[in-house]
Design a binder for this molecule. Structure first.
Ligand code: RB5
Length: 150
């Protein structure tokens, strides 16, 4: 699978270890940075991953920042992206099964590397359950197309 990865400086060590895990697992990793420890702005990297996924350049994306919150907010601004902040294996698995998430967001300062690694494995191996969940994803798509009316 082609997987886009991106992070800010806070998420860099976790992003690097996850990129290695993905490559070792036979995935084609599209690393969109950052690749240096200097302070950068997380929306830039979340947007790069989001655009890669929304455009079809990558099938899925993984974004890391300190908490995972910033990258999840930013990635979700890209139409077609369903970015989910996960804290463990269960939330990562359900993000795929129930929410058809296409970008997984993780906090390098809030979860340990083993939990993050297992969360990524769970995210990649889960599949969208469809059924009633598909109806809900359609409603999200419509929100994106037509706005909330506010
Ligand atoms: C960077 O210091 C930090 O604010 C960022 O990585 C992230 O946690 C934001 O949500």
């Amino acid at each position: 699978m082609r997987i886009a990865v991106g992070s800010d400086h806070a998420g860099l060590p976790l992003k690097e270890s996850l990129a290695t895990q993905l490559a070792d697992g036979g995935h084609d990793v599209l690393d969109l940075g950052t690749d240096r420890p200097d302070s950068v702005d997380y929306p830039d990297y979340a947007a790069a991953v989001g655009v890669a996924v929304a455009s079809g350049r990558a099938e899925l994306g993984i974004c890391c920042c300190g908490t995972g919150i910033g990258v999840s907010i930013a990635a979700n601004k890209v139409p077609g992206v369903r970015a989910a902040l996960a804290h463990d294996v269960t939330t990562a698995r359900l993000a795929r099964q129930h929410n058809d998430a296409n970008v997984l967001c993780l906090g390098a300062r809030t979860i340990g590397p083993l939990v993050a690694s297992e969360a990524v494995a769970a995210f990649l191996s889960a599949t969208f359950a469809g059924g009633r969940h598909a109806r809900r994803i359609d409603k999200i798509r419509r929100l994106e197309e037509k706005g909330s009316g506010v």
